[in-house]
Design a protein around this ligand. Structure first.
Ligand SMILES: Nc1nc2c(c(=O)[nH]1)N=C([C@H](O)[C@@H](O)CO)CN2
Length: 117
């Protein structure tokens, strides 16, 4: 199956389980792969026939920047639900990174896959 992807989408939000984390905004980074048949938009050259990565990105920026979950797991699950539920994506692989959360690491986070592979 073809894919449409969004790489390294960085968004600031309230995220974390500790008291100090509830008082600041931190960056999270999304890497997303969405199953989509790209043959139709390729044949028609029409944006209406695509899975529009800009539209998905704008929706996620709006949602994540207003969110204040404790766990990265919860935020990742809710983002995947938006992609499958609102954009009709049958399968999504989503990596949510929290850079700088653990000293000595580049990033920590989760990778989830939802929908029919
Ligand atoms: N599996 C997880 N482990 C941890 C999380 C999380 O969201 N999922 N969160 C934290 C803290 O918020 C941490 O990021 C602060 O540095 C710890 N472990």
């Amino acid at each position: 199956m073809d894919k449409v992807f969004i790489e390294a989408l960085e968004i600031e939000c309230v995220i974390g389980i500790y008291d100090w984390e509830r008082k600041i905004r931190q960056p999270v980074v999304l890497d997303i792969e969405m199953a989509f048949d790209n043959t139709v938009p390729a044949a028609t050259d029409n944006i209406e026939h695509t899975l529009d990565y800009k539209a998905v990105s704008k929706r996620l920026i709006q949602f994540v920047s207003e969110s204040d979950f404790g766990l990265v797991e919860t935020l990742a699950e809710r983002c995947a639900a938006i992609i499958t539920g609102e954009f009709g994506v049958r399968h999504v692989r989503l990596k949510l990174s929290k850079p700088g959360a653990v000293r000595g690491s580049k990033a920590v986070g989760v990778i989830i896959e939802r929908g029919q592979a």
